[in-house]
Design a protein around this ligand. Structure first.
Ligand code: FMN
Length: 198
């Protein structure tokens, strides 16, 4: 099977939409890692900038025009992605409703693709959010990456320039993206040979 050689298209989904959120600090740090990689092209999808309605249409019905317009800013970008990174905080021992809503609006866009998690929060570092996401993404025929990067008490882990104060997080990010690259190429190559069966 000939391996595909073009860069992996990695969609970074920013899960928090809260006013005053910390999410952009984590996302910007991750984006700098992605910029350094020649094997990946990142597309940051910020759900605060591209909000999706929370009312799903009836089965078999098209959503109303306004909803279609909102989806048009997100769905094609998810469809075009070869792999995903979810940047998620922890809210009440799980992940934000905004992220679940974006997941639920889509289905085949997730199929046969790998998902990596960068999480943050208070004491938990978002790890419980990540474990919930693994179960959800399995239902959507996605593969979740073992390695994670998590920030406990996240607001204390970055300096004023947005760099991490513990270089271990940079090492973990590289390992995470290396694993994502392996799965992203493996699954893209496999799908170029044989259509994914959901
Ligand atoms: C509604 C809500 C619930 C939260 N629940 C938890 C929690 O269960 N565990 C935890 O470690 N942190 C929790 N936190 C702290 C957040 O993870 C932390 O404030 C994080 O920065 C939130 O992400 P954001 O700033 O991007 O919205 C909660 C915060 C909010 C707003």
């Amino acid at each position: 099977m000939p391996a595909t050689t073009t860069s992996l298209r990695v969609a970074v989904l920013v899960g928090s939409t809260r006013e005053g959120r910390f999410g952009p600090v984590v996302t910007n740090w991750l984006s700098r890692h992605l910029e350094q990689r020649e094997d990946m092209e990142a597309d940051v999808i910020d759900l605060a900038e591209t909000p999706l309605p929370t009312v799903l249409p009836a089965f078999g019905q098209e959503p109303p025009a306004g909803t279609t317009e909102a989806l048009a800013l997100v769905s094609p970008r998810l469809a075009a992605a070869d792999a995903f990174v979810f940047v998620t905080p922890e809210y009440n021992h799980s992940y934000p409703a905004s992220l679940k809503n974006a997941i639920d609006w889509h289905n085949e866009q997730w199929h046969g693709k790998p998902v990596a998690f960068v999480s943050y929060g208070g004491l938990s570092g978002g790890l419980r959010a990540v474990e919930h996401l693994r179960v959800v993404m399995a239902e959507l025929n996605a593969t979740t990456i073992r390695n994670t990067v998590s920030f406990h008490e996240a607001w204390a882990r970055f300096d004023e320039s947005g760099a991490v104060t513990d270089q271990g997080a940079d090492t973990a990010a590289k390992a995470l993206l290396d694993q994502l690259a392996w799965w992203g190429h493996a699954l893209r190559d496999a799908k170029s040979l044989r259509s994914y069966v959901a």
